[in-house]
Design a protein around this ligand. Structure first.
Ligand code: NDP
Ligand code: OXD
Length: 303
């Protein structure tokens, strides 16, 4: 049973230590592998182009929360994503920051600051604000709890429409009423065939005039040209994007300098190395025991 990690040196060093502490062997890099037939487990962000070089591969683990960067797995190879409280908490913090910044008009004040312009605008109360969260999974639920705790009226949108305490939940057949009441729309959806390009002109047209967009899902869910038109028409007031389309955002892209948009370079979360390694060990042990795998991806739905 061989476990191969393909990653950058800082992460590899921590994983090597965590695996050594657990008494589990680990190959850090393909160059350490003498016999590819020994490899049963592979952890990486993106795998080698030809996974067939490991004929006995059973399982691939994405070192992040998402798996949209992964190719279709070969027959019989299972795919897991990383479950890590640190990822969930980091994204929650970014989303809460972004929601407050947009709701409290920070793009306008940052823009005024460039010319030293002291001008106050209306100050809204959180409890008068309606927040709509697309994706009520691990991260969406954490965000809902925090924003609800600040007083926002929180609604959630998910594929299954599973109930979440304290949140008005809308299923996929109720996207329109959900959008109607989203003064701040937060996207925390995985990228799948169903969510690609979902944040577009048609969707924006269903939101309250002047609403805001917080996007930390995946760049390919957003039509950036439609976002610009929605901002120009006043349909949307502002947007804060941690993920963009494309990524990285080109140096001369309009969104960098548009005062209504704040961009961060896909940094809402970065997997803590130790938590990632511990998750991989949990997957390894569950697999050996024939137990349910933490973070197992349902490849038929894509997340
Ligand atoms: P989960 O798998 O726990 O939750 C996904 C949620 O999305 C579920 O509620 C699911 O519905 C819902 N969903 C999936 N497809 C659809 C659809 N077509 N329509 C409506 N709802 C849908 O994921 P996480 O919360 O852990 O992470 C969510 C995403 O956040 C990741 O996939 C990744 O893209 C992004 N992310 C971004 C990071 C960043 O740094 N910017 C860092 C980490 C994650 P249901 O509950 O019914 O299954
Ligand atoms: C992730 C990410 O998927 O960083 O973990 O986006």
């Amino acid at each position: 049973m061989g476990f191969l990690l393909q990653t950058f040196p800082e992460r590899a060093a921590v994983w090597a230590q965590v695996f050594a502490e657990a008494g589990e062997p680990l190959y850090c890099g393909a160059d350490q592998v003498i016999d590819p037939a020994d490899i049963r487990y592979l952890a990486c962000w993106t795998p080698p182009a030809d996974l067939g070089i490991y004929p006995n591969l059973e399982l691939v683990i994405s070192v992040g929360a998402g798996v949209d960067q992964m190719p279709t797995m070969p027959e019989g190879v299972r795919l897991c994503r990383t479950l890590s409280p640190g990822i969930d908490e980091m994204v929650r913090d970014w989303v809460v920051m972004a929601t407050l910044m947009l709701y409290r008009d920070m793009p306008t004040y940052l823009s005024q600051a460039t010319s030293g312009h002291w001008k106050a605008h209306d100050v809204p109360l959180a409890r008068n604000g309606r927040v709509g969260i697309m994706g009520m999974g691990r991260i969406g639920r954490l965000v809902a709890k925090t924003l609800g705790g600040l007083g926002f009226n929180v609604a959630g949108f998910s594929r299954s429409g599973t109930a979440v305490e304290g949140v008005r939940i809308f299923g996929v057949d109720a996207l329109e009423p959900f959008l109607h009441e989203s003064d701040v729309l937060i996207c925390l959806l995985p990228l799948t065939d169903e969510t690609r390009g979902l944040l577009n002109a048609e969707l924006f047209s269903k939101m309250p005039k002047g609403a805001h967009l917080v996007h930390a899902g995946r760049g390919a869910q957003l039509d950036m040209a439609d976002l610009r038109s929605a901002l120009d028409s006043g349909r949307l007031g502002s947007a804060m994007l941690d993920v963009t389309n494309p990524e990285p955002l080109p140096e001369d892209h309009w969104a960098w300098t548009d005062p209504r948009v704040i961009v961060s370079p896909h940094v809402a979360a970065s997997t803590d190395h130790r938590e990632g390694a511990e998750h991989a060990l949990a997957v390894l042990r569950s697999s050996r025991a024939g137990a349910a795998l933490p973070g197992l991806v349902d490849t038929t739905v894509g997340y």
